[in-house]
Design a binder for this molecule. Structure first.
Ligand SMILES: NC(=O)c1ccc[n+]([C@@H]2O[C@H](COP(=O)([O-])OP(=O)(O)OC[C@H]3O[C@@H](n4cnc5c(N)ncnc54)[C@H](O)[C@@H]3O)[C@@H](O)[C@H]2O)c1
Length: 375
């Protein structure tokens, strides 16, 4: 039984998942600066006063917990993750992993030193459509994948914290230049490129035309070159006035392609050539025609009711599984660092007219010479 402490109100998103696995996990503590959130935790999770904390360090010290789910604003993630690891707790952390490059190295070093599980809660990787496309990629239905695209268009200008006040998003998403919130776009696409690594990025923007005085550009396009020479493009746009489209993806391979729905009746779709239908790549079919290829566990319906099409159940299940087996999850600290670094380097690139920046090699055991930003 894994006992979990949550920090940050967004952690309520895991409550239904944890309740659906009563043998394996339980939420035994909640921490939030906001007392209303703690009142909600008492009602919705069934915690008592002794399990609720306003000060994070108090939760780490006094609560009966094995793991922490970090769901506070982005700038809190690394300091809170390091404190948890040093207190001997496993960590699952919301996106993005960090807000500076140094924080990424501190995080990796602390995960390695602690021997504890660190899971990056990039839940978009767990959405059923993303999992289905990934299975089709693995089965070779699109041939060899050489291009991917992800877009996160989410007009956050009206988003305030849950009391309607200006919150951290104004500084760390709309107040910081570059693709500062990239991993909902990158994660699902990178999962289609096996273990390929992002080695270079360059970011471009159309400038800043927003009337709100926000510092970020209207949007940022970031090109990511992979070690194999293949290409990924992401658009992060938290300002433009337009309908949300947070999960738009494209995958292109030698036999065909996938494109997510973009709105107004559009559906997720694929076009692929097969031996029986060599011209198949020239016409769309609904992705749902291939639902039978969904990973088996997604057919069992355990994720029903959980957020992001049920994906929020499976991400918690994998975190618990990693703790039980002692094996770091697929969305480990190295992936968290690589994907998050795209945000941090894109800030440098877009403020230097699209200059190309090399992505440090964050993977295990890299020498000091790899741990610097190269132009
Ligand atoms: N994966 C997703 O789909 C998804 C969706 C939304 C938000 N997020 C991520 O979740 C995190 C939170 O986002 P949000 O929109 O819920 O933010 P929010 O501002 O609405 O809520 C943050 C909560 O954290 C609490 N908090 C802040 N600092 C704290 C501290 N030091 N100690 C204890 N509590 C503290 C605040 O009181 C507040 O209740 C962010 O990292 C964001 O990127 C992820």
């Amino acid at each position: 039984m894994v006992k979990i402490g949550i920090v940050g109100a967004r952690g309520f998103s895991i409550v239904s998942a944890v309740k659906a696995m009563p043998e394996d996990a339980r939420i035994t503590a909640m921490c939030d600066l906001d007392t209303e959130c703690l009142e909600k935790a008492k009602k919705e999770i069934g915690l008592d006063d002794s399990m609720c904390f306003r000060v994070y360090e108090d939760m780490l010290e006094k609560a009966d917990i094995d793991a922490v789910v970090i769901s506070t604003p982005m700038q809190c993630h690394v300091p809170q993750a390091i404190l948890a690891l040093q207190a001997g707790k496993h960590v699952m952390c919301e996106v993005t992993a960090a807000v500076t490059m140094d924080e990424l190295w501190w995080l990796i070093e602390n995960v390695e030193k602690s021997g504890k599980i660190y899971m990056y809660a990039e839940n978009y990787c767990y959405m059923p459509s993303v999992q289905l496309v990934r299975t089709m990629v693995k089965q070779g239905l699109f041939g060899e994948i050489y291009y991917g695209e992800g877009e996160y268009t989410h007009n956050c200008t009206e988003l305030r914290n849950w009391h309607g006040k200006t919150g951290w998003r104004s500084y760390w998403q709309m107040g910081t230049r570059g693709s500062f919130y990239p991993t909902h776009s990158l994660g699902p696409v990178m999962q289609c490129f096996d273990d390929d690594r992002i080695v270079e990025i360059a970011s471009f923007s159309p400038g800043n035309h927003n009337p709100y005085g926000l510092r970020n550009d209207d949007l940022t396009q970031t090109l990511c070159m992979l070690e194999s020479g293949k290409l990924v493009k992401i658009r992060v746009d938290t300002i433009s006035p337009r309908p949300h489209a947070m999960t738009y993806y494209q995958i292109q391979g030698t036999k065909g392609c996938y494109e997510a729905a973009r709105g107004l009746g559009d559906v997720d779709k694929i076009a692929i050539s097969t031996d029986e239908d060599p011209d198949g790549c020239n016409s769309w079919k609904p992705l749902s025609d291939f639902n039978h290829l969904l990973p088996d566990r997604y057919k069992e319906g355990k994720g029903e009711g959980a957020g992001h099409g049920g994906g929020d159940y499976y991400i918690v299940a994998d975190f618990i599984d990693a703790i039980k087996t002692g094996v770091q999850p697929e969305l480990n600290v190295y992936k968290a660092a690589e994907w998050t670094s795209v945000a941090l380097l894109s800030q440098l690139s877009v403020t230097n007219n699209g200059r190309i920046f090399q992505v440090p090699n964050f993977r295990a055991g890299m020498p000091w010479s790899e741990k610097r930003i190269k132009i």
